[in-house]
Ligand binder design. Structure first.
Ligand code: PLP
Length: 391
């Protein structure tokens, strides 16, 4: 990215675009979906998804199970769609049963046009099963489009756009894609493209039709975020070619399990209610009643330069979040846990120094041992597309 800026109407830039689109399709798990890239953030990607496929007054089924799912529903409401926002517990996943129940009970004279779902709710550290949401929509015999926010899961957790028959998936550059903020990426399926072709809402910048046309030759109908796209090409090479996506997903799972072992050793709890929904990209840690999470976060920042996530919305002061996604390895996780342990102790949380770090080290040591055993038996292939034997 640290290079002279290219002419975005010249051949070098066109080649860059054409090199980026195929590996992005791989990251979304699609052969049939089209990629649309915008110079925007995740919030802009929401808007792009909504205004292309929905017409003013369309009904939308949304769920409130954390700060970002709530904001997604709010964005849809502000754009003029009629949103039914079902309140779920913060710490719970999006329940397929509730989706099915709501769709079965839908008014078929003016049915929901879309269901909004978050694959990973970043504020609560909860991952929902998109495949079961798809099954719920099918079981209800409903035709709604499935729009999935994968902002904090894409490129860190497996995503299967085609197999789960997602209609629109969206993400931002600043999480699993390991880039600075500034690029929003959508994957759009044939039903979404058809819906946008003949309808949608009044739109200009976010209209994906001219982008898809110009992208075919590697160009954009406006000035794209050129240098971020050089970074994106490199990030995709690291993910898809050098480490291999299955290994990337396995690494996230394994680093996250180290973080969770530390939390257990501290005798603290995750906000996420069920282990099946533990997020491999972010852990939201509930503070004891008398401890303000903001104080622990400030302590960690002021004493160690450690950046932890604040409690968002109604979770302010109650949780702190440990991000564990993107370009991350064992030593960075251990350093984070070591700093957090000191900050917790400094703020009066009765944790035993070293206990969380040691519990995490045990997880990592076991993995090293298993890896060595696999290597000795000749079944481990490192790099490329092969799994490293860690699930
Ligand atoms: N969706 C999720 C799941 C997020 O975590 C975020 C931000 O963290 C957003 C949407 C909004 O993205 P942005 O802040 O890039 O606009």
């Amino acid at each position: 990215m640290d290079r002279p800026i290219v002419d975005h109407r010249g051949p070098e830039f066109a080649n860059l675009t054409l090199e980026i689109l195929p590996p992005l399709r791989e990251v979304f798990g699609t052969a049939t979906g089209s990629i649309v890239i915008y110079p925007t953030s995740g919030t802009g990607a929401w808007e792009a998804a909504l205004v292309n496929v929905l017409a003013p007054g369309d009904r939308v089924l949304a769920f409130n199970y954390g700060h970002f799912s709530n904001l997604f529903a709010q964005a849809a409401r502000r754009l003029g769609f009629r949103v039914d926002e079902v309140e779920l517990g913060w710490g719970q996943a999006l329940s397929a049963e509730v989706v099915e129940e709501r769709l079965r009970a839908d008014d078929r004279t003016a049915p929901y046009k879309a269901v909004l779902a978050l694959h990973n709710e970043t504020s609560t550290g909860v991952t929902s099963s998109v495949s079961s949401i798809r099954r719920a929509i099918d079981a209800a015999g409903h035709d709604a489009l499935l729009i999935v926010d994968a902002v904090s899961s894409l490129a860190s957790v497996d995503f299967q756009f085609d197999a789960w028959r997602v209609d629109v998936a969206l993400a931002g550059s600043q999480k699993g894609l390991m880039l600075p903020p500034g690029v929003g990426v959508l994957c759009v399926g044939p039903r979404a493209i058809a819906s946008a072709a003949g309808g949608g809402s009044p739109r200009s910048f976010f209209d994906w039709r001219p982008i898809l046309v110009d992208n075919a030759a590697g160009f954009f109908p406006y000035t794209p975020a050129t240098l971020l796209l050089f970074g994106l090409r490199e990030a995709l090479k690291m993910l898809v070619v050098e480490e291999g996506l299955p290994n990337v997903f396995a690494r996230h799972q394994y680093l996250a399990s180290g973080v969770r072992a530390a939390i257990e050793a501290w005798d603290l709890r995750l906000l996420c209610e069920f282990s099946a929904n533990y997020s491999n990209t972010v852990s939201a840690l509930v503070m004891p009643q008398d401890v303000d999470s903001g104080r622990v976060i400030a302590y960690a920042r002021d004493h160690f330069g450690l950046a932890l996530g604040v409690g968002l919305g109604r979770l302010k002061g109650k949780v702190l979040r440990i991000g564990h996604l993107g370009a991350l390895n064992e030593l960075e996780v251990l350093a984070t846990l070591g700093g957090l342990e000191l900050a917790l102790k400094g703020c009066g949380v009765p944790v035993q120094l070293g206990s969380g770090v040691a519990a995490c080290q045990e997880v990592f040591a076991l993995r090293q041992e298993q890896g060595t055993r696999l290597e000795q038996s000749g079944s481990q292939v490192t790099g490329g597309q092969e799994q490293k034997g860690i699930q």
